[in-house]
Design a binder for this molecule. Structure first.
Ligand code: TRP
Ligand code: SF4
Length: 327
């Protein structure tokens, strides 16, 4: 039986944190059991905002692939590759840019939001406006049926659908229209209580040592109404408790819940327990990271093989595209 194809990508902005792990990677890992998955590192996309600081992108690509492998993405089941190694993406991006109306890009909510938020960066570039066109090329190149993304990326998949329809309308039915597979965003916040994000400096990374994890967990904001040890707390207003829900066994969770409400457990002990459980959860991932870091040739090999598989699909698609546009 032919498995349906799923494709998704991530920008190589640094290490994987717990938000990425539960928001995307665990979902990818599950999808690979059932679908023909293509997962890639979107390094050209990283350049749209970091065009003035590209020094670390290469290291981040390898680091990211190591993190993916360590959480269980399988190079046997899935095709793992790097966007910039498949030059066909650039060709399809160029062709799609010819048919994409500017108005579609200018009204993209992610674009408007980013321009407003990242005030210290000059994002008034052609490439940044065209970000979703490159993403559309990534997706339809492999004729993906489904694209797992978080809500913030959903408008880009929507644009991809419109661009694919427009291509098919002009040149014939080459591309299937991909579905958005919405990944529920995890309730995990950063240690300061804001959204977990590398740029907020509040993330816990899957590469951190037990000591680093304990230090970060001890800084976590708890139920802010619980000022003193003798005050009762409300677990549902506490980020530490949300974490327990992922890493702690059910019995201990219900004990924490009751004891927190009666001020029988203190936040220090509660965090100590979390740090222990999180460390235990991450231990096998951590071991695999070390394994891959100590076997750099293996990682190179995996990336090369994935790129080869991706490239042969991309070359085939581009032959169809060139025939369709008659150029
Ligand atoms: N824009 C995505 C992000 O920032 C990354 C990405 C690039 C992507 N191309 C893609 C995701 C294609 C899904 C499909 O997260
Ligand atoms: Fe949060 Fe635990 Fe403190 Fe309760 S005891 S407020 S759940 S850290």
């Amino acid at each position: 039986m032919v498995r349906k194809r799923i494709l998704s990508g991530m920008r190589p902005t640094g290490n994987i944190h717990l938000g990425n792990l539960h928001g995307a990677l665990m979902n990818w890992k599950e999808l690979q059991e059932e679908y023909d998955c293509f997962f890639f590192v979107a390094d050209w996309h990283a350049m749209t905002s970091d065009y003035d600081a590209t020094d670390h992108i290469k290291d981040h690509i390898r680091g990211m692939v190591i993190d993916w492998l360590s959480v269980g993405l399988s190079p046997e089941r899935s095709t793992i590759f790097v966007q910039s190694h498949i030059k066909e993406h650039a060709e399809l991006f160029l062709i799609l840019s010819m048919i994409t109306p500017l108005a579609w890009l200018e009204r993209n909510p992610t674009y408007k939001e980013q321009i407003a938020q990242l005030k210290n960066k000059d994002l008034s570039t052609f490439g940044f406006l065209g970000y979703p066109v490159l993403q559309a090329a990534d997706i339809i190149m492999y004729k993906a049926h489904g694209v797992p993304v978080g809500v913030d990326q959903a408008p880009h998949v929507e644009l991809t659908r419109e661009i694919a329809r427009r291509f098919n309308h002009f040149y014939g039915p080459i591309f299937p229209i991909p579905q958005t597979i919405l990944t529920p965003t995890p309730r995990l916040l950063g240690i300061d209580g804001r959204k977990m994000s590398k740029s907020y400096n509040n993330a816990i990374y899957i590469s951190e040592t037990p000591d680093q994890i304990r230090a970060k967990v001890s800084q976590m904001v708890t139920d802010t109404k619980r000022a003193r040890r003798s005050d009762p707390g409300e677990p549902n207003d506490c980020n530490v408790y949300s974490f327990h829900n992922l890493y702690t066994d059910k019995e201990a969770i219900s004990r924490i819940e009751q004891e927190c409400r009666k001020a029988e457990i203190g936040c220090v002990d509660c965090k100590e327990l979390l740090a222990e459980n999180l460390t235990r959860y991450l231990a096998p991932i951590y071991d695999k990271q070390n394994y891959y870091k100590n076997h750099p040739n293996l990682v190179t090999e995996i990336i090369l093989e994935g790129c080869e598989k991706a490239r042969s699909v991309a070359q085939h698609t581009m032959e169809e595209v060139r025939a369709a546009i008659k150029i």
